[in-house]
Design a protein around this ligand. Structure first.
Ligand code: GLV
Length: 337
């Protein structure tokens, strides 16, 4: 029997390729850039599976272009780049890679909390630009205290919880908002108080965003929400760019409604040159790298490949997004291996 055909939208860690190669005929986009939509449509047209990244918009047209497609496996925890309901209708399994990037992402969120509080990136630019002319000055680069302050977490899922756990060392007061409240037992274990979004914004010294990007979370943090924050507060976003209204954030920073922000994610990635956030000193910027450790990225690639192979073996993948797809195409009809 012919091997299943799989398209991989970018070169991925060997850990993923090693899982795919014994079972599949694998075609890889060798370019540094993601495939264009036309390319993705062309490549998907004769494939049984797709390994994609969060930069690939797997929309209705892409899904429609692959009559043989049985599985779209993303190397990411977020899956807002995939039209999941369309995939389900077409009997296409959608899988993702949660868990293995939780620690890397929570660590990085803390790097951003500390960076914005202590103005690390700004200070680095200052030194490199040879602007450091006075050896030590009592009021130079005053930052914000973190120890003992209040951390507000928006979204207490895996990553939000891991961020909370790390706050213990800083003896912070913890509060969170989540559309779905966590069980009381979990709140007790984490030592976190549940409250409204408004209260989190009004009381927290650091607000960090960890909800998925959905129509309901689009601009969840907009002008009105930024207006509620303390002038000494900082906003951190390692989730998805469009959860924060960037134009409103730029105004909030310029007009000093808040003290600073640190962002790993943006509405348009890579960031556009006209983005006003690029020109604000007290905004720390990173190029969507929160999960970027070797450990995390290798595991993500391996798990994505394992998810894909499981579907093609007719087995339930460990991390399935659309469990209802099994009623449209039972696993026995996805089985090729
Ligand atoms: C990163 O943003 C991911 O979704 O994995």
């Amino acid at each position: 029997m012919a091997k299943p055909k799989v398209y991989v939208t970018r070169e991925i860690p060997k850990a993923g390729m090693d899982v795919l190669k014994p079972y599949c005929e694998v075609e890889v986009n060798q370019a540094e850039q993601p495939p264009t939509k036309a390319e993705l449509i062309l490549r998907a047209s004769d494939k049984d599976g797709l390994i994609c990244l969060l930069t690939d918009q797997v929309d209705k047209e892409v899904l429609a272009s692959g009559p043989q497609l049985k599985v779209v496996s993303s190397i990411s925890v977020g899956f807002n780049h995939i039209d999941v309901s369309e995939a389900t209708k077409r009997g296409i399994y959608v899988t993702y890679t949660p868990g293995v990037l939780t620690d890397a992402t929570a660590d990085f969120t803390w790097a951003l909390i500390m960076a914005t509080a202590k103005r690390v990136a700004e200070a680095d630019r200052y030194v490199r630009d040879l602007k450091w002319k006075i050896a030590w000055a009592p009021m130079m680069f005053l930052g914000s205290e973190v120890y003992g302050r209040t951390l507000g977490i928006i979204g207490l899922g895996r990553i939000g919880s891991a961020v909370a756990e790390r706050a213990k060392g800083f003896r912070m007061k913890l509060m969170y908002y989540d559309p779905v409240r966590a069980p009381t037992q979990k709140e007790k274990e984490v030592g976190i108080e549940y409250t409204s979004l408004e209260n989190v914004l009004k009381q927290a010294d650091f607000v960090t965003v960890h909800v998925p990007y959905l129509p309901e979370t689009h601009h969840l943090i907009g002008r009105d929400q930024l207006r509620m924050m303390k002038p000494t507060a900082h906003l951190v976003n390692t989730a998805r760019g469009p959860i924060v209204d960037e134009a409103a954030l730029a105004t909030a920073i310029k007009e000093k409604w808040i003290a600073g922000a640190a962002l790993d994610v943006f509405a348009k990635e890579p960031i556009e040159s006209q983005n006003p956030l690029l020109h604000l000193e007290n905004v720390t910027l990173a190029p969507h790298i929160a999960s970027a450790t070797g450990e995390s990225r290798f595991a993500m690639a391996r798990i994505a490949a394992e998810n894909l192979i499981a579907v093609l073996k007719g087995e339930k993948p460990t991390f399935l997004v659309n469990a209802d797809v099994m009623t449209v195409r039972p696993l026995s009809r996805a089985k090729m291996l």
